[in-house]
Design a protein around this ligand. Sequence first.
Ligand code: SF4
Ligand code: SF4
Length: 270
Amino acid sequence: MQIDQSKCVACANCVPICPMGAIAIDPALNRATVNLDECVECFACHRGMSKEHLNPTLVRTIRGFFKLLRLRFDPEPDVCPTDALTPQELTWPRVVRRAFSDPLVPHESTGVHGRGTEEVKTNDVTGRVGQGEAGFTIEFGRPGVGVRFRDIQKMTMALAPLPISFEAKNPVFSLMADPATGSLRPDILEEKVLSAIVELKSALEHVPQVLRVVEEVAPTLDTIVSVGVSTRCDARGEDALEPLLKREGYVCYRGKTNLGMGRRPAPASA
Ligand code: SF4
Ligand code: SF4
């Protein structure tokens, strides 16, 4: 995202809109500028603000005149008065920022919007996580924090040697150079996104091992990490995961139970 310096009147309305704090008023220029290294191309500023098409020179003159009188002339707080926020044409690798940060953009690897995963919410239909298995969602970043792929790679490389398998229908997987080592494509490592999710599964008995590695690596990353673990319930709604997590000393809450609302597609006939 860029701000057209010939249009901006430095009203600062766009500053609080940005979830990454990437927009600031440059006092020397008296214009808003975007820190492109921090901008994750979420488009919240461009989409979230109404636009007016006032003449920038006129608005600056009126604002200057009012300032002399110790008065203010400000647009409504959700308006960019001169339509100065200007999206850039995004090319590789910067385009991955938008794919993971703008919830309205479908990710090309999955067709799912935003960071792009259905996780295990559709397990009834997909059958990704079977009996005796655990599915993990390891989420990196949040609005205001974000994450660079080099930090995600630290985690995926630490996890890859374990007896796990990464979920292939996942946007981060589509950016892996080598799933066996967990390495990501080198050209995206410095790209920053609002958040991203790595999904994997393991046998239930390996859950403690996976969680230990996540706990060791997470504090070394320049972001925050949230982990979800899921499994299939038995016919009585019980599961073997909860007692296992409690034995390991985790405070365990069942966050969500997805009931069998979906039906697996019939196998294709020969
Ligand atoms: S809202 Fe528009 S005019 Fe105001 S500071 Fe931001 S870009 Fe500039
Ligand atoms: S696109 Fe998103 S991150 Fe970039 S400046 Fe706009 S609101 Fe901030």
